[in-house]
Each structure stands twice: as structure tokens, then as C-alpha cells.
Design a protein around this ligand. Structure first.
Ligand code: HH2
Length: 281
């Protein structure tokens, strides 16, 4: 199926003729795979710089963990974590995304140089759409059933692909109606956000339907527990091999952007996989 040609975020226009890598910088004490590693601003900035050197096309800064069971973070604390890092990261030459659900932080982040907002609640907080609409920033709209505190308890769908896809397209419609162009919007089915293993598999197979021809699709499977369930690895940092396999599967199924913790290894895997693919037709 045809895909959009470009993703426009802030002053950047990213060609989608190759898969893009979004490198994750978690400025949190409690993220599921690297909580505490980059809570210090200096370490977070050094990590951001390293990810860009390793080939990240986009950086995603987050100051609030959304792992299953995580507790919400107050606005002031999230600001305190994210903004000093953003100020420096915005100088690194790649678009910087801020992963937040709070409209106040969205506005501050865009004023501070963020080129993209990544919202796991798809801009459902009142004021979130207004915060981004006239900014030119790119937006990732993600699907989540329930809330991080309880979302994995017993997710239920009648038809997971139809429900996720309809939800994302409705949210995108709200932005289009406000004059946001489709090239600024990417859609994400939200792997592990209120989904069991079968839901995740069904969604992975249905990525072209989720994006349709209009929107690029972003996939975040890196280090997630559903990969650990397949390999039997409970330590999130030991999921590098499975994360690379998942990123390649996502790209093969139509994802334009993969959100990953391990940029260098993912980049190399994508490059080699693309060169070595044997045309079986
Ligand atoms: N996953 C996480 C956080 N934000 N955003 C999008 N668009 N898609 C995702 O799949 C996604 C996301 C969870 O990963 P991480 O940020 O590493 O962990 P934590 O939420 O514990 O900080």
C-alpha cells in the first residue's frame, strides 16, 4: 500500500523513503527499561548526543514513565526534568519530540524548540489540540485502552484492529478539521498499552490498515515485556535481539518510524536487512 512521502515536524521535513529511527531519552527515575539512568540532565543530554551520533533521525524526550503500573508525575516536576534537556537537545540538528500528555508542557516544549509532540493519549486532555494546532509541530497520536496504572489488567476488544484504527482516525480527523495537515500526523497503535499478546500481534499485522495511505505509522516495541514473554528474558536490557527483530518486522509490515532505545544496533540491522533482502518474486 502507498505511504506518505514526508513527515513534517517544525522546521524539519523528513523523507519517508527509508525507515526513520526515533531514539528514546527517558529523563525519569522509573522507566521500565532504563529508569534512573538519565534522570540527571547532564547524563540525559550526553545520551541524546550519543543517540544522534549513532544515527537517530528523531529524539523522543520523556519525563513521565507510562509503564504498566506507573504513577502520574506533577506538571512542575515533568517540566523540571524535560525542559533543560530539551534546550540542549534542540541544538543537535535532528527534530526533538517531547513525550507528554500535558498541554501546558506541550506549549512550553514547542516554545523551547520541540519539533514534535508524542502523546500516548492522542491529545485527549482538554487544551492539548489547541496547544499544538498553530505551532507547525509534528504529532504522534497513540492508542491506549485504559490508563497506565491498570491498562494491562484485562484488556478487552471486540475487534482490536477496527477499534484501534477507528480511534486513531477519529483523533486525526479532529486535527485535520483544525487545519493540521496529514503530513504532520503519525499514528501509533500503542503496543502494550492495554493490549495482550494476541492484540499486539493482530495490530502488527494490520499496520497498513492503521496508517491507510494518508498517515505514517510509528511503532514502539523496543525492550517491551511482550518480547520478553517470547524469549523468556525478564531483564528489559537483555531484549536487544528481540527488539531488533521486532523493529524489522514492524518496518516490513509498513511502519515508517521505529521508536527504540538502542539506536546504533537498530540502524545497522535495518541497513543490512535492506541490502540483503532477496527478491523472491
Ligand atoms: N512507549 C513508551 C512510551 N512512549 N510513545 C509512543 N508513541 N509509542 C510507544 O510505544 C511508547 C511511547 C514506553 O517506553 P519507554 O518510554 O521506554 O518507557 P516508560 O514509559 O517506562 O518511560
Amino acid at each position: 500500500m502507498a505511504k506518505p512521502d514526508v513527515f513534517v515536524c517544525g522546521r524539519f521535513t523528513l523523507a519517508l523513503d527509508r525507515p526513520l529511527i526515533m531514539g528514546v531519552v527517558n529523563i525519569t527515575p522509573d522507566s521500565f527499561s532504563d529508569g534512573g539512568d538519565f534522570l540527571d540532565a547532564g547524563r540525559a543530554i550526553a545520551h541524546a548526543q550519543r543517540l544522534v551520533e549513532e544515527g537517530a533521525d528523531i529524539l523522543d524526550l520523556g519525563g513521565e514513565s507510562s509503564r504498566p503500573g506507573s504513577a502520574p508525575v506533577a506538571l512542575d516536576e515533568e517540566r523540571r526534568r524535560v525542559l533543560p534537556v530539551l534546550e540542549q537537545a534542540a541544538q543537535l540538528g535532528v527534530p526533538v519530540s517531547v513525550d507528554t500528555t500535558k498541554p501546558e508542557l506541550m506549549r512550553d516544549a514547542i516554545a523551547c524548540g520541540a519539533a514534535m509532540i508524542n502523546d500516548i493519549t492522542a491529545l485527549r486532555t482538554p487544551g492539548a489540540i489547541d496547544a499544538i494546532v498553530d505551532s507547525g509541530a509534528g504529532v504522534c497520536l497513540m492508542h491506549m485502552q485504559g490508563e497506565p496504572g491498570t491498562m494491562q489488567h484485562s484488556p478487552v476488544y471486540h475487534d482490536v484492529v477496527a477499534e484501534v484504527s477507528d480511534f486513531l482516525h477519529e483523533r486525526a480527523r479532529c486535527l485535520l478539521d483544525e487545519g493540521v495537515s496529514a503530513s504532520r500526523i503519525v499514528l501509533d497503535p500503542g503496543f502494550g498499552f492495554g493490549k495482550n499478546h494476541q492484540h499486539n500481534l493482530d495490530l502488527l499485522h494490520a499496520l497498513p490498515r492503521i496508517g491507510s495511505e494518508r498517515f505514517a505509522v510509528l511503532v514502539g516495541l523496543s525492550r517491551k515485556s511482550q518480547l520478553g514473554r517470547i524469549t523468556g528474558r525478564s531483564d528489559a536490557k537483555s531484549r536487544l535481539g528481540s527488539s531488533i527483530a521486532a523493529a524489522l518486522a514492524a518496518i516490513n509490515n509498513g511502519a515508517s518510524i521505529v521508536r527504540v532505545h538502542d539506536v546504533a544496533e537498530t540502524r545497522d540491522a535495518i541497513l543490512v536487512w535492506q541490502v540483503l533482502q532477496i527478491d523472491k518474486t
